[in-house]
Write a protein that binds this ligand. Structure first.
Ligand code: PLP
Length: 377
């Protein structure tokens, strides 16, 4: 049952059946022996981390990935029991929270790794951690090519227990990309060096959504999908290999209809002026909800299954569309900003193209004030 909050009709509807379906498709790609760590950072890519993680946990997700300690605590407080990896930075001052909530930090460089080990020894505690190896992203992580410098540090750790080693692909969206092959080879070489040095760890992982499909050799002991769980393709070419179902729809409704004559300016700075008699509908959402200002005079929405253009500037809380061509349109009509309506569809990739961005940014920019309505059946 979908329970829609009363009042402002702007909301995201999250389809948990599609979420379970997507996890099942990913499971089919990797087989039963490879673990799946579901990336639910950034509020599960804007879909609602707690509800999403609960569904994925009950559908067989083996672990979860978040960016921050705070995101991990939110999951623990919601009784998520699976291992939770904190991928985007470790701060030694958060050690009490990491220990209390059994979160697994990722270490990226020597200084923090040593500081963590020392602090744990002082507390007479041990802790499982993972390390990230930079094989070609050039951001955080121990550089694979500098393993001679950091491997001896790993070997001397006392309280820190290495549980996993991972790396991240830069460009895995198409199959047979030489850079992807090179990253995987470099990572495998690092794993061999660790094995040779008898630095034992249980998990090694590398594949995000795209690589799960394009690079089966990168499945290793675990994969880390994000975008695919939410039903989106990291590249159009992947459609042929896996059937994913979009999870999030973004909807609102018309709160006012206004017939205006030719020559009427619409919105801030008069960027749109009607050329003929026009029916303008106003929608109760704006850039403060994540409906980007770049959509002004570019994006389209669905009304009664038909497309209607956004006209004038998107304001902070309101957006105007031209519904002159929509037959029988009425105040209160549902408007779909992202998703399906009758035979019409606006995908996250299309929405992203109107703001020169990617679906990831569209999802994670949907504002906190937009209720997520979870449909579990
Ligand atoms: C370390 C790490 N692993 C996995 C992912 C998931 O990537 P995707 O959403 O493309 O599957 C991300 C996302 O940015 C990430 O930062």
């Amino acid at each position: 049952m979908t329970i829609t909050p009363p009042g402002r009709p702007t909301r995201c509807v999250i389809d948990h059946r599609a979420l379970r379906w997507n996890l099942k498709q990913l499971r089919a790609q990797v087989g039963p022996r490879v673990k799946i760590l579901s990336m639910v950072k950034a509020n599960a890519y804007g879909h609602g981390a707690v509800a999403v993680a609960k569904t994925l946990a009950s559908a067989g997700s083996d672990a979860f990935g978040v960016a921050t300690v705070e995101e991990g605590i939110e999951l623990r407080q919601a009784r998520i029991k699976q291992p939770i990896l904190v991928v985007a930075g470790t701060y030694v001052e958060q050690l009490p929270e990491l220990l209390q909530h059994r979160l697994t930090p990722v270490l990226h460089e020597i200084a923090t790794l040593k500081a963590l080990d020392q602090r744990l020894q002082q507390l007479k505690r041990t802790m499982a951690v993972e390390i990230e190896v930079d094989t070609g992203m050039g951001r955080i992580g121990f550089r694979g090519s500098e393993i001679d410098a950091w491997l001896p540090v790993l070997a001397r750790l006392k309280a820190v227990k290495l549980q996993g080693v991972f790396s991240h692909f830069s460009d895995a969206e198409s199959a047979n990309e030489p850079y992807t092959k090179k990253q995987l080879n470099d990572f495998n070489r690092v794993l061999e060096r660790l094995r040779a040095a008898k630095i034992i760890h249980r998990a090694s992982h590398m594949a995000k959504s795209a690589a799960i499909v394009t690079e089966p050799n990168a499945h290793l002991s675990m994969v880390r999908p994000g975008l695919a769980l939410y039903g989106m393709y990291a590249a159009p070419g992947l459609r042929k290999q896996i059937e994913l179902r979009p999870v999030l729809s973004w909807k609102t409704a018309i709160i006012q209809l206004k017939q205006v004559p030719a020559g009427t300016p619409i919105g801030y700075n008069r960027t749109f002026v009607t050329k003929k008699k026009t029916l303008i509908a106003t929608l109760p959402l704006g850039y403060a909800d994540g409906y980007r200002r770049l959509f002004s005079n570019r994006a389209q929405v669905l009304v009664r299954g038909q497309r209607a253009p956004v006209v004038g500037r998107v304001s902070m809380d309101l957006t105007t569309i031209d519904v002159t061509d929509i037959k029988n349109v009425q105040q209160g009509d549902e408007v779909v900003l992202l998703g399906r309506q009758r035979s019409g569809i606006i995908g996250a990739d299309e929405l992203a193209s109107w703001a020169n961005t990617i679906s990831y940014e569209i999802f994670t920019s949907i504002g906190a004030r937009v209720p997520r309505v979870h449909n579990f059946i």
